[in-house]
Design a protein around this ligand. Structure first.
Ligand code: NAG
Ligand code: NAG
Ligand code: NAG
Ligand code: NAG
Ligand code: NAG
Ligand code: NAG
Ligand code: NAG
Ligand code: NAG
Ligand code: NAG
Ligand code: NAG
Ligand code: NAG
Length: 738
């Protein structure tokens, strides 16, 4: 690990833009550091108030093209986005050791389905050119919230690209630029502060979707825990030296599948909702994404954990089993998976209501911890460790002395069955049934079909029946990852295990317990050690089920790609690395080689925007359907249709496709943007030949909206035949809210 000299680290990293401020702050930080390192303040002892961290927080817009692009998560070819519910954000959290600011961590929580090796590589190389050796593969973690309603096409491996028709550069570029913006804001806001830690119990916001697999875990082990999902919400609070809260990270396992696969409006799902709720609760007048208080709702061991808390039921109109619970072991209705759907708590009202409720539950629980005066001060060193691990054939010794190994990736049959959160996956039946519409990307790549598994691979993956031998498929580029990121971040007694996949409930419990025991046994932390799981982070290595769950081969077991010993391999390798979290450690662990770059080989089939035209006798931004009435009340929805243009022409990152404006003292003031959950933006290409399209802007008026005069303004960007793009606006008639 590179350790710059103390003074250059301050100058380079803390306040780089104003030398006078630099000098003053550097002096204050120097003093703080001096006191922190005097013998009266023992490392690891509860802080007396002198031991502070440098903390920085930032937020950035990562929303890719909100139309004509496949959405990431359900792997449904039909789920092409048509507009926007809420923008996706990256939230960056930096913690540096005041006495040695080169010891720092950068944790990025992004409203994307999962992190990706290619995106991480691009971000790290930009960070290197911008900040030198300050942010490194070791100390920088990129973690997805597992939202299933974000824009797709950004992953580097081939398999997740099947439904997005290859790589979508615009999506990847938006994630990179918004994340870099979040990091820059975090870096520029670095200031002394404190961290505190607490937890609470949250029930009825998640439910195990594979309870029959969970039951395969030993009874004595299950008896140690309440329930077949984790209910703990763990909160890391960030505050300035005056005790004012600056932000938080809240860890809770629940899939980002509150919005179903029939939703086509881009959204951050329940974690994005929780984050917006918290941020707007602290800064009610800030527009979404323009806040300085940053709330990261981080995904945890949610592999088998659904937000569909009412359970899974058959939606089979006309069939005797319509409305009945699905068959439990296979999640089927009349022997088919397609009709079995989980139901969220707002099922009777709307899918968006379930999303709101699961978001709100996480927000409220986190607020209880933050405002509860029962949080523990975090104190001690800032440390990080990262290695690449080749999971295609990792050999190690199990605790009982038996040798074990992992295998090249493969997916089992149940993978294609999907889950009750989203039945059926990755469109595999397309190639098998020629009477169904064919997927052009699949048509190209299927000629590189996965090679049949060898006897060795079949034995290694046993008892998984192999559907896709993806670890042996490298043409035209790798279908599945072989090398993943193993990473741990430590701040004082708080340790984050950044996992390259989706751990099931019990897999997460085993991982956390094993690492906590190891940290204490090796004298790295005392029994204050508090260990959490964050993921899917860095590389997407699919699922991680326990060996017993793997045997049952539900979706999670079938998607545990590196074989039955996957979890044990991670426990083994992470445990070996805990010594690098010790206060005095300066060593560099041995690492496998980084995975090879393959973004440059990727096939992209997304057509560019050809042209936009207003219809005859119209102009862009003209109102086609105006507000219906001159007076509205809370609960009403105002809807306006404009002559539109393709929003792919300009993603308007950090901006908005429309605003709701209120007249205040004769001036129009923006009170809502396209990212408020009370608004939706929908685009419709009305004629491909003519290049015409419409935009629907809607606002459902919240309780408490002040009475007054309002209007809706649309911001569009049209592409001409020559290819240049010009901005335009459209404005509705005014209306009053009473
Ligand atoms: C992808 O997007 C980035 C960032 O906008 C751009 O620099 C790059 O040229 C694009 N690549 C392709 C293949 O379009
Ligand atoms: C909550 O935090 C307390 C204090 O650190 C700890 O004893 C307890 O185990 C935590 N609960 C869970 C479920 O982690
Ligand atoms: C979306 O799918 C869910 C689950 O199948 C269903 O209950 C709901 O009615 C669907 N919504 C719409 C608008 O079709
Ligand atoms: C964002 O906040 C800054 C100040 O914090 C303010 O100057 C700016 O106008 C805000 N932008 C929007 C779009 O609200
Ligand atoms: C489901 O499969 C079972 C066993 O093959 C069979 O007995 C049953 O009739 C099937 N049910 C339906 C509705 O097809
Ligand atoms: C406060 O936190 C401690 C652990 O840090 C826990 O044991 C105790 O139950 C909590 N008290 C309340 C009122 O939540
Ligand atoms: C895994 O490694 C062992 C030796 O360590 C070797 O015998 C075996 O062929 C390897 N398997 C694969 C799939 O590479
Ligand atoms: C050790 O554990 C593995 C995995 O549970 C098991 O397959 C193996 O039989 C065990 N070996 C012994 C000697 O108990
Ligand atoms: C293909 O699938 C469709 C819809 O599921 C079905 O109607 C059709 O019979 C199938 N064709 C063949 C050849 O199996
Ligand atoms: C770190 O400290 C521990 C305990 O004080 C000691 O055993 C170990 O050798 C030290 N390691 C290094 C690399 O200095
Ligand atoms: C989009 O426009 C076409 C052509 O006017 C119309 O047929 C279709 O119903 C519209 N779709 C939506 C979702 O409004």
């Amino acid at each position: 690990m590179y350790i710059p000299s103390f003074s250059s680290a301050i100058a380079d990293s803390v306040f780089p833009f104003n030398w006078l401020q630099d000098a003053m702050h550097a002096f204050i930080i120097y003093l703080a550091a001096f006191f922190a390192t005097t013998p009266s303040s023992e490392v690891g002892s509860p802080s007396s108030g002198s031991e502070k961290y440098l903390i920085g927080l930032g937020i950035g817009d990562v929303t890719g093209p909100v139309v004509e692009t496949n959405m990431m998560g359900y792997a449904s070819l039909a789920q092409t986005d048509t507009g926007l519910h809420m923008r996706q954000r990256s939230r960056a959290f930096i913690v540096a050791d005041t006495s040695n600011p080169s010891e720092r961590i950068l944790f990025i929580n992004s409203d994307i389905c999962m992190s990706d090796t290619g995106i991480r590589r691009t971000i790290l190389s930009s960070l290197a050119s911008r900040y030198g050796d300050i942010y490194t593969p070791a100390n920088t973690a990129l973690v997805g919230t597992h939202a299933h309603s974000g824009v797709g096409g950004y992953l580097e491996n081939l398999l997740p690209q099947v439904t997005s028709r290859g790589y979508v550069n615009d999506t990847a570029a938006a994630i990179v630029s918004g994340t870099l913006k979040a990091i820059a804001d975090a870096h520029n806001s670095l200031a002394p502060g404190n961290l505190k830690l607490g937890n609470t119990t949250l029930q009825n916001a998640n439910r195990n979707r594979s309870p029959s697999a969970y039951l395969a875990n030993p009874e004595w082990e299950r008896a140690m825990y309440e329930g077949d999902q984790d209910w703990t919400v763990s909160v890391l609070g960030f505050e300035d030296t005056n005790g004012r809260a600056r932000g938080l990270m809240s860890f809770f396992p629940v899939h980002g599948t509150s919005l179903y696969e029939n939703n086509t409006l881009v959204s951050g799902d329940n974690k994005g909702m929780a984050a917006w709720m918290y941020e707007s609760y602290i800064e009610p007048s800030s527009m979404p994404g323009n806040n300085s208080f940053v709330a990261g709702f981080v995904q945890s061991n949610m592999g088998d954990t659904s937000p569909n808390t009412l359970g899974a039921f058959c939606e089979s109109p006309g069939k005797p089993w319509d409305g009945q619970p699905c068959e439990v072991e296979h999640s089927t209705c009349g022997n088919l998976t397609e009709d079995c759907h989980g139901r969220g708590p707002g099922f009777r009202i709307s899918d968006f209501e379930s999303n709101r409720m699961i978001g709100q539950a996480q927000f409220e629980a986190t607020r209880t911890v933050m405002e509860g005066n029962n949080m523990t001060r975090v104190s001690g060193s800032v440390k990080s460790v990262h290695v690449y691990l080749d999971m295609t054939n990792y050999s190690f010794t199990l605790p009982n002395g038996t040798l074990a190994r992992t295998c090249p990736a493969a997916l089992g049959y149940s993978f294609a069955g999907g889950t009750s959160d989203g039945p059926g996956a990755f469109d595999f039946t397309q190639g098998h049934n020629s009477s169904q519409p064919s997927n052009p990307f699949w048509e190209i790549v299927k000629i590189f079909i996965t090679p049949p598994p060898s006897e060795e691979q079949i034995a290694c993956q046993y008892p998984k029946p192999i559907l896709l031998n993806s670890g042996y498929a490298h043409e035209p580029y790798d279908w599945a990852p072989g090398t993943v990121d193993v990473q741990m971040l430590r701040v004082g007694q708080f340790v984050i295990l950044v996992m390259p996949g989706e751990l099931t409930t019990m897999a997460g419990r085993r991982m956390r317990e094993a690492l906590r025991v190891k940290l204490i046994a090796d004298g790295i932390l005392d029994n204050r050690a508090y260990v959490v799981i964050a993921g899917p982070g860095n590389t997407y290595g699919h699922y991680v089920a326990t060996r017993e769950e793997y045997g049952v081969q539900r979706y999670e077991g079938a998607s545990t790609i590196f074989g039955p010993a996957t979890l044990e391999a991670y426990i083994n390798r992470y445990s070996e690395l805990v010594l690098h979290l010790a206060d005095n450690d300066t060593g560099s662990p041995l690492s496998n080689a980084a995975p090879l770059e393959q973004t440059s080989k990727s096939i992209s089939m997304q057509n560019p925007v050809i042209v936009d035209h207003p219809s005859i006798f119209k102009d862009f931004g003209d109102v086609l359907i105006d507000v219906e009435s001159s007076t509205y009340y809370a609960g009403d929805t105002v809807a306006v249709r404009f002559v539109g243009a393709n929003p792919r022409n300009n993603l308007r990152l950090e901006g908005t496709f429309f605003t709701v404006d209120q007249q205040v003292n004769g001036e129009w003031v923006v009170i809502r943007t396209d990212s408020h959950p009370s608004t939706t933006y929908k685009w419709n290409r009305t004629s491909t030949v003519l290049g015409t399209s419409t935009v629907d802007a809607r606002w459902t008026i919240e309780d408490g909206t002040p009475a007054g005069t309002y209007r809706i303004t649309y911001y569009g960007d049209a592409k001409s035949f020559l290819g240049d793009i010009s901005a335009f606006t459209g404005v509705s008639s005014t209306f009053t809210v009473n």
